[in-house]
Design a protein around this ligand. Structure first.
Ligand SMILES: [Zn+2]
Length: 149
């Protein structure tokens, strides 16, 4: 299920506030911890410690989400700049003329350039050094050897 752009913007705006909320919550908890230092109420201290640990766990979960979000943002950015064109249906970044490997791009969402074309055995071919994709782009002009009369 995908969110509409307005909902996505609202979610992003809310998400941007979370690190500040976590930070101020930890700060408040530290203050409360200092205030209860002299207390003999071990139940209160244990509860406070549990809350403090939970907020630390939230901070870790937030960090993981931020990392995943950055990765997804990069994947989206990559996708928006890549188009398919040309005789062989290769994918290209922007106006570049070096094609990307279709397998690496479509299967793994990675922009990997195909190696430079190589001529040989009457063919021109390209391959991907990462996944091994290989394509003969076109037949080269066959070399016709005529017997000498
Ligand atoms: Zn590849």
């Amino acid at each position: 299920m995908s969110a509409d752009p307005i909902t996505a913007m609202t979610v992003l705006g809310t998400a941007a506030k979370i690190p500040g909320i976590v930070s101020s919550t930890l700060s408040s908890l530290k203050t409360v911890r200092e205030m209860t230092k002299e207390s003999k109420d071990t139940g209160l201290k244990d509860q406070l410690s549990d809350v403090y640990n939970s907020v630390l766990e939230l901070r870790e979960a937030l960090h993981d989400l931020q990392t995943e979000n950055e990765s997804l943002r990069k994947a989206l950015e990559l996708k928006s700049n890549i188009g398919r064109r040309g005789e062989f249906g290769y994918f290209f970044q922007g106006d570049e003329t070096d094609p990307l490997c279709p397998v690496c791009y479509q299967r793994d969402s990675k922009a990997v350039y195909l190696e430079k074309p190589v001529s040989g055995n009457g063919y021109v071919s390209r391959k991907c050094a990462v996944c091994g994709y290989f394509n003969q782009e076109r037949e080269g002009t066959p070399v016709i050897r005529r017997p000498a009369y």
